[in-house]
Design a binder for this molecule. Sequence first.
Ligand code: SF4
Length: 218
Amino acid sequence: MSEQGGDSILSVSGGRILQILYKKFMSEQTSRLSELADPSVVYVTDLVSCHHKYHLRKLYPELSISFEPSAVMGNLVHAGVESIIVEYGFKPEFQLEKHIELDGRVYVLKGRVDAFNPETREVLEIKSVKNFQGEPYEHHVHQLNIYLNLLDSPKGYLLYISHDKIFEYTVRPSPIDVEGELASLLRDERHPRYAWECRYCPFRKICPYRRAESGSES
Ligand code: SF4
């Protein structure tokens, strides 16, 4: 500990600010617990990820809650960028929903785009990553394309931010079969979708499809 004039000026904090961040971050997650377990609620991210994660989340929703520094950092980066672009006509954390009937049951497909400009219909997705390899990730482009289709948007932007790079890509919409993708998810056809997913998966300790860890997303 540093000392000045014999008195220590540094001590381990009781967590004044850390507790504020913890409460904010965890309350957002716990408030969604019943929705996480509701089988009729499907997130856009479920369509672009390992299908089995969706099925395990419905059974064990609490396992998807965590307080990881990387996720907190990602949230703070999002909040910072969103607070700036709001001055340019973008609405941050824009929610979207589509009801889809499949085999006599209604599913609610939900998404939350990082920012949407209602006038120009542009969409922004922010990706805070540890290391950016210089190429957009397939699942990020896929996710943004679903948003573009659901919002009838002419274009979107993928903004990557890592500690040493800030890259932006423009994505134009291409047609997708959302109903088909939902049916595939419900049939649990792809698990995992990418080999690296298991490494970061909160269900890896109970998943029979878990792959040996290899590769990385970022
Ligand atoms: S451990 Fe792998 S296969 Fe299992 S749910 Fe997670 S990502 Fe999917």
